[in-house]
Design a protein around this ligand. Structure first.
Ligand code: TPP
Ligand code: SF4
Ligand code: MG
Length: 343
């Protein structure tokens, strides 16, 4: 069998869409799903596969984007799609990419670059499946994208807190009470920063938000065309878990970025590039107060001024003291020095 382009990790050529009018009209995630009204994770699925195009295999770990999307004989997926175990998005991505390569090498299927995307929720990806994702990001000989859709809870099983749930949020595992108002006191994991910092052979990591759809699709296109394993973290407002009117989904996504809570950036070959409104913040635009974001959501309705102040201080620290603001949490030299001086 002749050696083919697949063996040097050829990928599809997916140019960035230059503006909304240039976006292709074909849909590969269509009607037939049963997600909640205003579900941003469903929008992310639609944009993700639209950006990837028809020669794509999607693998999805258990969670809302599996259960609500493939209920008994119905599915919105037009491309081949497979469910995988809750903590297995990493192994599903790696195994599928390796399987395709082996089949092409043996001449059992036509040799062509096929996109492999595995998605996972925050519970499945940032908690249960983090080891497998990490392993996949070390295998530079296989092309795949892992997209973590972060609705900040184990939503499908009724909104339990995950390692990505924000400080103080009301979930079914952390209901505020009269004795203890704040039950969940841990700060959210920094998934994209962790994946970028810890995997030197992963060429591309990005954060995205569905409120900025064209930019989001272009990050997917970059991730799929650069070669090797890549990782994208998307923050997805969830009307059910966050407790707000579904019409606010888009606005909440914008506010997460404008308050600086969720910075938009990409790390390509070790170089950090901010984009969109995050870039404007880095260049000096004032961040909106976090209360504008938090108080629009029922899950923070129990917050007092003290709680809002604590949240704001933590976000300020991320911008003022981190080595790379919003990306790498090691203390900047001046911030570390003043912390030591205070001791
Ligand atoms: C090993 C395993 N443990 C528990 C479950 C039950 N379960 C199904 S979906 C789910 C929630 C997953 O949360 P997340 O990954 O954040 O996705 P979301 O539901 O929020 O979309 C859980 C706990 C399971 N399917 N498999
Ligand atoms: S619970 Fe949240 S993530 Fe799940 S389908 Fe509803 S809006 Fe989407
Ligand atoms: Mg979740």
């Amino acid at each position: 069998m002749p050696e083919t382009t697949m063996f040097d990790n050829a990928t599809q050529i997916l140019e960035a869409f230059r503006g909304i009018k240039k976006v292709t009209i074909e849909e590969y995630f269509t009607s037939g799903h049963r997600t909640c009204q205003g579900c941003e994770s469903a929008l992310i699925m639609k944009l993700m596969v639209k950006a990837a195009g028809p020669r794509t295999i999607v693998l999805g770990s258990t969670g809302c984007m599996y259960v609500a999307n493939t209920t008994y004989y119905t599915t919105p997926w037009v491309v081949p799609w497979m469910h995988t175990q809750l903590g297995s998005s990493g192994s599903a991505a790696l195994g599928t990419a390796a399987g395709l390569k082996a089949l092409m090498k043996k001449g059992k299927m036509k040799s062509e670059p096929i996109n492999v995307i595995a998605f996972c929720g925050d519970g499945g990806g940032a908690d249960m499946g983090i080891g497998a994702i990490s392993a996949t990001l070390t295998h530079k000989e296989y092309n795949s994208l892992i997209l973590l859709y972060d609705n900040e809870s184990y939503a499908n099983t009724d909104i339990q807190l995950s390692g990505m749930t924000p400080y103080g949020a009301n979930t079914t595992f952390s209901p505020p009470g009269s004795v203890h108002r704040i039950i969940h006191k841990r700060w959210k994991k920094n998934m994209a920063g962790m994946m970028a910092a810890g995997h030197p052979e992963c060429r591309y990591v990005a954060t995205v938000c569905g409120s900025y759809a064209v930019e989001m699709m272009n990050k997917v296109r970059r991730a799929l065309s650069i070669g090797g394993p890549t990782f994208i973290h998307s923050l997805d407002p969830c009307p059910k878990g966050w407790d707000y009117d579904p019409m606010l989904s888009h606005e909440l996504g914008e506010l997460a970025i404008e308050t600086g809570i969720f910075p938009l950036y990409e790390v390509e070959d070790g170089i950090v590039k901010y984009y969109g409104k995050t870039k404007a913040i880095v260049e000096g635009r004032a961040r909106k107060p976090v209360r504008e974001y938090l108080l629009k959501q029922g899950r923070f309705a129990h917050f007092t001024e003290e709680d809002l102040g604590h949240f704001q201080t933590k976000v300020d620290e991320m911008w003022n003291n981190w080595e790379i603001p919003g990306v790498i949490p090691f203390k900047r030299l001046d911030a570390a020095k003043s912390a030591l001086d205070k001791k």
